[in-house]
Design a protein around this ligand. Sequence first.
Ligand SMILES: NC(=O)c1ccc[n+]([C@@H]2O[C@H](COP(=O)([O-])OP(=O)(O)OC[C@H]3O[C@@H](n4cnc5c(N)ncnc54)[C@H](O)[C@@H]3O)[C@@H](O)[C@H]2O)c1
Length: 294
Amino acid sequence: MHDFTGKVAVITGGASGIGRALGERAVAEGMKVVLADVEEAPLALAAAELGSGGAPVLPVVTDVTSTAEVESLAERAFAEYGQVNLLCNNAGVFCAGTVWDCSDDDWRWVFDVNVFGVANCLRSFIPRMIESGEQGYVVNTSSMAGLTSMPFVAVYHASKHAVVAMSECLHLELSFKGADIRVSVLCPEAVSTNINGAERNRPASRSATGASNDERQAVDDAIDQAMVGAVSPTAIAERTFSAVRAERFYVLPGDDPWVYLAHRRMAGLRDRENPTFMSPDEVPTLPVGMKVVG
Ligand SMILES: NC(=O)c1ccc[n+]([C@@H]2O[C@H](COP(=O)([O-])OP(=O)(O)OC[C@H]3O[C@@H](n4cnc5c(N)ncnc54)[C@H](O)[C@@H]3O)[C@@H](O)[C@H]2O)c1
């Protein structure tokens, strides 16, 4: 998709962080924007700020875990603008803990948002996008966590691996069907957002956390540390739009330790080696040829 002017973007998780930056970028590109988020007040504020220059920005409070709310988001977007050209399935949450300590609520909450949230949006939007006959694009936000595996954040990694697999399947299916809809999977490294406060959106019905406070604190501290010097959401939005323009499926960082870790994992698979831990801080200077264009 080369020209965004006058086209319509729908962005979930649009009230904060990467989603909000995608919204800003969409407005700057001359798009009409539907911002969706479960947090009502930050959503209203983000929509007002993004639309302050006169751009059409429609906030729609939406919990992506609800098939009914996602269906009504799609109805609203198509009723308002007649088409949706860029769907950014971006809403996401995070929780820490070992595979066995994470509770049923931990697993279900993170999968409800990160996996079913994306599936719900695809089920509500893709048929309408195909039916409209307009050129379309889907960007699913995974993470470098979707291409690597680190201890004590298994639920998050598993959910983001699922998003990569769903996106790859979606890309193949749309091309088999001959639909004029392209796909990218966005896999950011550490980005300075409010992700470490994701618990603010955990519903009361999923409140039983399994991981010990010590473990959760240790992971929270590690994330806070990673946020120092983390890339800005604006830079991620710029990377995303340039990938959409180039119709590049994998949207990855450039010379980043996480890219090295993903390559290391793939090499381990190729060579049938068991997984071993390496922290991003321990990654050596990237060998020549490792650069992945972001
Ligand atoms: N920040 C990072 O380091 C990083 C790295 C890789 C991937 N990501 C991914 O980027 C995406 C955006 O996260 P972020 O870092 O901007 O965090 P953020 O917390 O700043 O933004 C996430 C947004 O999603 C919304 N949200 C949460 N649950 C929702 C639900 N059920 N329905 C609708 N909206 C919901 C939140 O209200 C929030 O506005 C997530 O999918 C996250 O996993 C983040």
